[in-house]
Ligand binder design. Structure first.
Ligand code: EPU
Length: 333
């Protein structure tokens, strides 16, 4: 295991923030992960686990050890329609591999940046589906006990962009592999408005659905390889139906979605921010995308602190104007 000292994290976070880690290593196996944890333990320094760093914002240099999860391997079983992906596998490559092997279910999650191991942490979701519906179980290394464990999907506490692995009682559980239950039968999910519009109401073949998802994503969200960003910066807030009706008096065009809970609706945070004119605005070295009000970007030399301050200004503005508290979706370090 190689451990770099005073390492730049610029190429290990999709915001492209040039923070430094006191120590940086990549774990290509469970053994290397254990060695990395032992190293941090012996020096009494904190550990930060990263996949491809596509959902984090470093607001300052990290004083401990950053471990990149780099375990590789995808195993498919066509008979049971299951797949096991090691934590370091690229998520999009996994979607493509499943589709080309005629195992279906996760096409709508194409092009989501990041690793397979990070996907359950925030229960990635897009275009009408959430990962939770396809997870059978995850393998973890419990950093507190040094033991391997298997956690069934039912115990992962999956919710909208949330899971056990984001909670204090799950913070020592480091995902090393993910097992998905897919299907050999093709049943497209075109429930998301923009997707069914793109497909003009037709029942698509797998490749058509996949292409439509990729092109919607590419038209709405900046590619982190071109301009630093971490997708949606905030979660879409859940508010009472009463609150939506109250807002409708001033905003007759307000958009809201089913929140899966009676009496509540989900509001698009992007819409709230757009009403307040945040699209395309700059603050210091950070900015809001000109295409999507929920996406904060690094136009070139942004510091994590500037991105953070911009996010804070945006959320206080939403709180003042709409009385709604936005919660970050991105992990702030
Ligand atoms: N909208 C605006 N202004 C904007 C952008 C969007 O008013 O600048 C409105 C749109 O008109 C639309 C609504 O907001 O009615 C929702 O926009 P969009 O379809 O782009 O989806 P979103 O709610 O902003 C969520 C997820 C995305 C996911 C898409 C597609 C969250 C926080 N974000 O975004 O996930 O790709 O739906 O399913 O739930 C991510 O998690 O990083 C992410 C990108």
């Amino acid at each position: 295991m190689v451990i770099e000292e005073n390492a730049s994290l610029k190429y290990h976070n999709s915001f492209g923030i040039n923070a430094t880690a006191a120590y940086l290593s990549a774990a290509t196996s469970q053994r290397e992960l254990i060695d990395a944890l032992d190293f941090a333990d012996s020096r009494q320094i904190p550990v930060c686990i990263l996949g491809e760093g596509t959902n984090v914002l470093f607001t300052r240099d990290y004083p401990g050890l950053v471990v990149r999860m780099a375990m590789a391997g995808i195993e498919l079983d066509h008979d049971s329609a299951t797949v096991k992906a090691a934590a370091g596998e690229n998520w999009h490559r996994l979607v493509e591999t499943c589709m080309s092997n005629k195992l279906y279910g996760i096409e709508n999650l194409a092009l989501i940046p990041g690793t397979a191991g990070a996907a359950p942490v925030q229960n990635i979701g897009a275009y009408g589906i959430e990962l939770a519906a396809y997870v059978d179980r995850v393998e973890v290394l419990n950093a507190a006990t040094g033991r391997q464990q298997v956690i069934d999907a039912a115990d992962c506490e999956f919710a909208y962009r949330d899971s056990l692995f984001k909670q204090a009682n799950g913070s020592s559980l480091l995902i090393t592999a993910v097992h998905l239950q897919l299907s050999r039968d093709w049943q497209p999910n075109t429930s998301y408005g923009a997707l069914s519009n793109a497909l003009k109401g037709r029942e698509p073949r797998p490749q058509e659905l996949y292409d439509a998802v990729c092109s919607i994503r590419q038209s709405k969200l900046p590619d982190p390889k071109q301009v630093g960003n971490a997708g949606s910066f905030f979660k879409n807030p859940m508010v009472s139906e009463w609150k939506v009706e109250q807002l409708r008096a001033s905003y007759p065009d307000i958009v809201s979605f089913d929140a899966g809970e009676p009496g509540f609706r989900k509001l698009p945070a992007a819409w709230l921010l757009d009403q307040l004119g945040w699209k395309g605005r700059h603050r210091g070295t950070a900015a809001v995308s000109g295409e999507h009000a929920l996406v904060l970007i690094n136009p070139g030399q942004a510091t994590g602190e500037d991105v953070y301050l911009l996010a804070q200004e945006m959320s206080s503005n939403v709180l003042d104007e709409f009385g709604i508290a936005l919660q970050p979706e991105v992990r702030i370090i």
